[in-house]
Structures are given as C-alpha cells and as structure tokens.
Design a protein around this ligand. Structure first.
Ligand SMILES: C[S@@+](CC[C@H](N)C(=O)[O-])C[C@H]1O[C@@H](n2cnc3c(N)ncnc32)[C@H](O)[C@@H]1O
Length: 284
C-alpha cells in the first residue's frame, strides 16, 4: 500500500484516519491517532506540523498497522496501549478493569473540593476497579487513609500495580460490596459501582460491550440500584459522614424514591460537564 510504504507519518496518518472513520467519527479518529503516536513513537501533534516529511522506521510502521487492525475490531485504544490517563496520572488497564472515564474525574474533584488537603480522613473507594479513584484521591490528600474494595481478584491486582506505579500507599481489599463484612469506619465513601441496566446494553457501543468487563458494567441483580442501596447500608453501619456516588443518568426518579424511603433529606445531585445527571452526594 503506497501510503504505508512511504513511511511518511503524514501519509500514514491519512491512511489511518480514512480506515478508522468507518467506525469512529473523524474527531475520535484524530484523537486516537494522537494518543497512539504519542505513546508508541513519542511524537506529538506539533512534531507532525513542524516536520511534515518526517519518516518513521519499518518497525514503527508495523506497530501502527498492528494497532489499527485491533482498533478496526472495536478494541479500545486504552487496552491496546495497556494504559490511560486519569487525573493526570498514568493508569494501567487490562480487559479485567473498566477504562476510567472523564466523568469519574469529576467525581474525584467533588470530593477534593470538600476535603482539606491536610485532612487525615479515612476514605473507602467501593468497587475500585483499576484503583483510579483511590489513587487520584491519595495523590491529592497525602494524609488520608484510603482503602479500595473490589470483588475481582484481577482488578485488585491491577489496582495494586497502579498504586505502586503512582507511588501511593492504598489498602486494596477483596470483598463483596453487596454483602460486606468489613468492620472499619470510613468517614467518606466514594463509589462508581456497576450501574448499567440490561435494557441499556442494546444502545451501548461495541467497543464497550465486547471488551470491557460486564462485572464492572451491569449489576448482578434485576434491581439496578442494588449497589447504592447496599453501600448506603454499609455507610450507616460504618458511621460515614458523606457518600459520593457516580449514578445512572436515567435513574433520577428511582433514586429519589429510594432516598425518600430511607428518610434521607440531606442529598445533592450534580450534573457532569456534558450536562447529564451523574453524581449524588449523601450527607449523614
Ligand atoms: C464501574 S466499575 C468502576 C471501577 C473504577 N472505580 C472506576 O471508576 O473506573 C465497577 C467495579 O465494581 C466491581 N464490582 C462488581 N461487583 C462487585 C461487588 N459485588 N463487590 C465489589 N465490587 C464489585 C467490578 O469488578 C468493577 O471493578
């Protein structure tokens, strides 16, 4: 193929974008190419502008070709590279963990707005996955005592590696948040639990459905609010002062009905940056 043979990065970019726009928008395709060349070749967008005749080696071309092949099968770029960025931190990801989402950075930010940097608060990240929330919190609250809990051994192993990678100390524990036996007191609980209903799965993109762990997406119950209910009960037992949840934007009414049933009066909903209802804070 002429475009690949020239080894010129601009030709490769053109070919890459033409191929990938069959499944992604042009904007997404451009941003995937940018991430790919940055991670694999150490090149920035600026390098391409300054030096449009830049040629890359045969093995570098092969790396891009190989990534493109996997991308065309809907595999997320983060799994192909084995890493992503979250709150300016490098987070290792494998198909055992959900790819951290930008909305979840906003959840972390909400907690950080409420807690003093020097605070020695104890925080539980319930359903910790890659450990992104716990690690971002600990990186910004050095004196806080942070625990992450997940039911998946594989996810816990990745979370521990991520804590090491980011040089923070977090206690990652295996437990079932639907029936937790933990006795510790956590002043704050933060959670982005599985919250997608099976009906919503039909509208989900292939790259999510085919590659991301279903254990992380779908609650193992007909009741899509089951994690909120269980974690709330755990928070009562644990003597927590605040719980911060990432929520399903389509479940506002059900959540309000449940909060009423539990006689919770001090709660706040918050939209994400795209204007979708996304977060809930309960104060005790
Ligand atoms: C939506 S992901 C969130 C991961 C991470 N906190 C994030 O925000 O990217 C939900 C996580 O819950 C875990 N999980 C599923 N069922 C669980 C259970 N019963 N108890 C504890 N964790 C569970 C999954 O393994 C997954 O890592």
């Amino acid at each position: 193929m002429k475009d690949w043979k020239s080894n010129k990065i601009v030709d490769i970019k053109k070919y890459f974008e033409n191929s990938l726009t069959t499944i992604y928008s042009i904007g997404e395709t451009q941003s995937i190419f940018k991430i790919l060349i940055e991670s694999k070749l150490g090149l920035s967008q600026k390098d391409l502008i300054i030096n449009p005749d830049l040629k890359i080696s045969e093995s570098e071309v092969l790396q891009i070709q190989f990534a493109l092949k996997r991308l065309l099968k809907n595999e997320p770029i983060q799994y192909i590279l084995g890493e992503t960025q979250f709150f300016d931190l490098k987070i290792k990801v494998t198909p055992s963990v959900l790819i951290p989402r930008p909305e979840t950075e906003e959840l972390v930010n909400w907690v950080l707005e409420d807690v003093k940097v020097s605070s020695q608060v104890s925080i539980l990240d319930a359903c910790s996955g890659s450990g992104c929330i716990a690690i971002a919190l600990k990186s910004n609250l050095p004196n806080a005592k942070i625990t992450g809990v997940d039911i998946s051994k594989e996810a816990l192993s990745i979370a521990k590696q991520n804590a090491q990678l980011n040089k923070v100390i977090i206690d990652f524990v295996e437990d079932n948040m639907l029936d937790s036996t933990m006795k510790e007191r956590y002043e704050i609980i933060v959670s982005n639990p599985p919250y997608v209903s099976r009906e919503e799965a039909i509208q989900m993109q292939d790259n999510v459905l085919k590659y991301e762990p279903h254990l992380a997406l779908f609650p193992e119950s007909e009741d899509v609010l089951i994690f909120y209910k269980s974690i709330f009960k755990f928070a009562l037992k644990s003597g927590s002062k605040w719980v911060y949840f990432e929520i399903n934007q389509y479940k506002e009414e059900e959540l309000i009905n449940w909060l009423k049933l539990e006689n919770v009066t001090d709660f706040t909903f918050k939209n994400d940056i795209s204007g979708n209802l996304r977060f809930l804070k309960i104060s005790f």
